[in-house]
Design a protein around this ligand. Structure first.
Ligand code: GLU
Length: 499
């Protein structure tokens, strides 16, 4: 039977959850969900100076908001815990002792300043610098003396001769001459492991089968392959994902605007839209389809679909996805999500909270607007004239739409025609028909009356379909808004008729 895939996301909690990190988490999660595997969250907090609890909380919160749930990790536990590297230091120590005992690693007493001096001397001669193995040649006696004298030391991995190869799912065969890899530090003199050691020890202990991570780690992987070999463990399958670039083809950074998941959350993006957008940054389903729900992504995801080219972050496209996903949401779900925004705008009524007439009416308003907005905040803006008691006319709307002569009379005629419709007839088709009849009878273009009525009903020059909106605004409020419009026109008679 095939092994259950085990994947992990291993963030270093030194800042917020970056868009790139979220995408890495997503790819691992999608693969685990696609194949009935296990998704592990492991916090790589061995760099005590740069790690913080706030950052851990922010990353966990961001993942939860995105709906990327983990089967093992902080908060849920699991058989391979603890899931914070700072609580696993003893494991790294055991692994280091094994590596030293088996001759795969050795203590290094070179002090940072000596190393710097030797490196600079080599570089001054135009040579590259790799650790010169000074401590490997010191001889046992000299080493024992240094140790007894309490000279701080690190542990270095002894890179063997030969070549190191691995097959990357995205980049294909990677083949490196070991002479290009220095004897890297695996344990620092303060007893903390380096990333190379802790990541491999944990991936072995946690039985990780697939490592999907950013392309910036590709150059680290040969070192990891060597460590797997020295520890007698089989390496996992690797997939290095192309990095995310801004439109200027430079690596995505603060310069390009928001780069944290929290920023996007605060700006009103839907988690499903961000998930959809991130999934397509570097992965392709192999067709033209772009809009994916979470479930359809899980069904479609493959590591082979991850492309080698750079992924370009396109803000406009993300906005488009947001609109698409709002369109996919049920009107009921939109009500729930928009409630805090409606409350803030003073447009929420208690009666909307429970089933009944007012809520059913609000759902209709949402259905009218849902496919037209890219953000829920925009929905609140468009819904405002429908939900508010009165409207105020924007000055631009007055200037553009309420200046033709004789409008007052036309609006009065429309009001009378609408007043003649009873409640049952007060629906979009009859409303449109009545308006066109009035316009014909008065020999004016229907557009003139439509534009003026739109201002009277919304205060604005643009709105969703006027007649659907009037239907939802309802008979009483429509008649009183038309009356108010007549009064306004009487008080602000245009001085010159427009041609
Ligand atoms: N803590 C590492 C990082 O955040 C993990 C890299 C890896 O997935 O191996 O870059």
């Amino acid at each position: 039977m095939a092994l259950t895939p085990r994947l992990r996301f291993a963030p270093s909690p030194t800042g917020f959850l970056h868009i790139g990190g979220a995408r890495t988490a997503l790819f691992n999660w999608l693969y685990a969900r696609r194949h009935g595997g296990v998704f592990v969250l492991r916090v790589e907090d061995t760099d005590i100076r740069r790690s913080s609890d706030d950052s851990v909380a922010g990353i966990l919160d961001g993942l939860r908001w995105l709906g990327i749930d983990w089967d093992e990790g902080p908060g849920v536990g699991g058989p391979h815990g603890p899931y914070f590297q700072s609580a696993r230091l003893a494991n790294y120590r055991v692994a280091v002792n094994r590596l030293v005992a088996s001759g795969h690693a050795y203590p290094c007493f070179c002090q940072p300043e000596d190393l710097k001096e030797r490196r600079e001397a080599a570089q001054a001669e135009g040579a590259g610098w790799l650790y010169d193995r000074a401590c490997l040649d010191r001889g046992e006696k000299a080493l024992a003396r240094l140790k007894d004298a309490g000279v701080p030391h690190a542990i270095r991995f002894k890179v063997p001769e030969g070549r190191t190869q691995f097959k990357d799912c995205v980049r294909g065969l990677i083949d490196i001459d070991n002479t290009t890899i220095e004897d890297f530090v695996i344990l620092r003199s303060d007893g903390h492991p380096t990333y190379h050691l802790s990541v491999v020890v944990d991936d072995v202990d946690m039985a990780i089968t697939h490592v999907v991570r950013g392309d910036d780690h590709t150059s680290n992987t040969p070192k990891h392959i060597l460590l797997y070999g020295a520890l007698g463990a089989a390496p996992p399958q690797f997939a290095h994902v192309p990095l995310i670039f801004g439109p200027d083809k430079k690596r995505l950074s603060k310069r390009h605007g928001a780069t944290s998941v929290t920023d996007y959350r605060q700006r009103g993006y839907q988690p499903d839209a961000l998930i959809n957008f991130l999934a397509l940054l570097g992965w392709s389903p192999g067709g033209d389809r772009e809009v994916f729900t979470r479930t359809s992504l899980v069904q479609a995801f493959t590591l082979e679909g991850i492309g080698g080219g750079n992924a370009v972050f396109d803000q406009g496209k993300l906005e488009w996805f947001n609109g698409q996903h709002i369109g996919l949401m049920s009107a009921e779900a939109v009500v729930d999500e928009a409630q805090p925004l409606l409350e803030q705008a003073g447009l929420w009524r208690e009666a909307y909270a429970t089933a009944g007439g007012p809520r059913a009416w609000l759902v209709k308003v949402i259905e009218l607007l849902k496919s037209r907005v890219r953000f829920l905040a925009e929905f609140v803006e468009y819904a405002q004239p429908l939900l508010a008691g009165e409207v105020t006319y924007e000055s631009e709307a007055v200037k553009q739409r309420l200046s033709s002569a004789g409008l007052g009379g036309h609006v009065a005629a429309l009001r009378e025609a609408y007043a003649a419709l009873d409640q049952d007839q007060f629906e979009a088709r009859s409303l449109e028909h009545s308006l066109r009849t009035v316009a014909d009878a008065r020999s004016i273009k229907a557009g003139v009356l439509i534009h003026a009525t739109r201002v009277g009903m919304t205060g604005r020059t643009v709105s969703p379909g006027l007649f659907e909106m009037v239907e939802l605004i309802g008979r009483d409020r429509t008649l009183s808004r038309l009356k108010a419009l007549e009064q306004f026109l009487a008080e602000h008679r245009p001085t010159e008729p427009t041609p």
